[in-house]
Design a protein around this ligand. Sequence first.
Ligand SMILES: Cc1cc2nc3c(=O)[nH]c(=O)nc-3n(C[C@H](O)[C@H](O)[C@H](O)COP(=O)(O)OP(=O)(O)OC[C@H]3O[C@@H](n4cnc5c(N)ncnc54)[C@H](O)[C@@H]3O)c2cc1C
Length: 452
Amino acid sequence: MIMKNIHEDRIHIVNDTDCDENGKYILYWAIKSFRAHWNHSLEYAVGLAEKEDCGVVVCTHLENTQNHLTERHIKFHVEGLQDFKNELSDRNIKFVFRLGSASDVFKDLLKDAKAVVSDFGYLRENTSVTNHIHKTFSSKLVLVESNVTVPVEGVSDKQEYAARTIRSDIMDAYQDYLEKPTSSKVPKSTLNYSLDSRSIDSYQSIIDDLSFSEHTNVVEEYKGGHSEAKSKLDYFLNSELNDYDDARQSPTDRSVSEMSMYLRFGHIAPSYILSRVESRRKTDDVKSYIEELLVRRELTHNFVYFTEEDYDSLKALPDWAQETLDKHKSDEREHVYTRSELENGKTHDEAWNECMKRMRETGYLHNHMRMFWGKQILAWTNTPQFALSTLLYLNNKYFLDGNDPNSYANALWIFGLHDRAWGENDVFGKVRKMNRSGLDSKIDVDKFVEGK
Ligand SMILES: Cc1cc2nc3c(=O)[nH]c(=O)nc-3n(C[C@H](O)[C@H](O)[C@H](O)COP(=O)(O)OP(=O)(O)OC[C@H]3O[C@@H](n4cnc5c(N)ncnc54)[C@H](O)[C@@H]3O)c2cc1C
């Protein structure tokens, strides 16, 4: 039987046992999908609860010390949790949020769980949480892939070389994965269970209680949460999608969806976005959006999933790119900047400095400028190794959509991943080069620098 209309490829049974008959509820430990809408993992937990005639408790945590999140991410994330909690409450589901390490923060909840459901994360910090649950919880444990349209292994069983090698398979497959999971109110409420939970009313008080390895200001321009994601999507589909194919080439045109940060925090489901886009007439704009959201985004998940430990390392590059970068690593650079000069936008190039300014101030940058921004880091630092670590440092610190599979695959794209060899140049070798004169020929740089 297909539970809750969830495609079976999404479901990974980790502990294939019965539910614990002494347990009190089904525990959904959310690590990537912070929404009650179109959340296959949550609905799977609800389906199990209906079978077991019990309630559902949803929990999530933050580690006390943050390596990849800064203050701006916490604000955005907590705004998402506030929506999530309200939506769960309407469905009789208790929400528990705590600060602490994965290994001990929910010991009490695990003890009383009949079964644990979690969503499927791809980065190290996600898999380490699920590995921990696996080690300590012996009853039924199920992971459900809810943050990609096509489950990674549903389309390929290996690391794909480039978009061209995954495109036709994923385009053939995706219609089968646009299923809307059936959603229902849980008959047995857990709302009155007495379970300690940290308040999420104030993101500032949560920020105050965490320690961070890096600091940023919070960004007012973007508000997190499912309701915000949904209204932004409605606006994009009604007013801007018709201009998307041109807009994605032009950083001074804001007709892009700005969905990446909501996808990063699981505030909206990619398959939901796709099902909305899919219902439109297949114009070039629609085709182009599907290319980005489905082919390009899911290629990055394929990359992180199959490279495992190396997804943030030059070792993950194809051989030709490693060889050519190594051959050119001692080439003389026209400009060399320190990490701090780059971070503070103190280079000779005002377009590049404007990119950094937007990142620092708004946490967002148009894709075209991200390409230019990243390629100059390779050009202006003393080794490819240092270039990658600097690029990832700035990317994950400032972008609201940072530290996502998209971050790592796109950072490595700067160094040749998912690309082919081009003509040989200094520093870049055969890796595709982008420079300021190329940018000037493609976009209105003055307009961009003026902040438009
Ligand atoms: C150096 C560099 C660093 C990047 N860092 C990140 C990052 O940290 N996080 C992140 O999510 N994206 C990153 N990208 C990819 C891309 O720039 C952003 O996803 C996109 O600009 C987000 O804006 P949007 O939501 O308005 O995109 P739209 O143009 O509206 O596209 C819709 C969705 O398609 C997906 N998408 C678009 N472009 C790409 C792409 N090139 N690769 C994969 N998926 C894509 C995203 O999920 C996006 O939300 C990076 C690109 C480069 C070149």
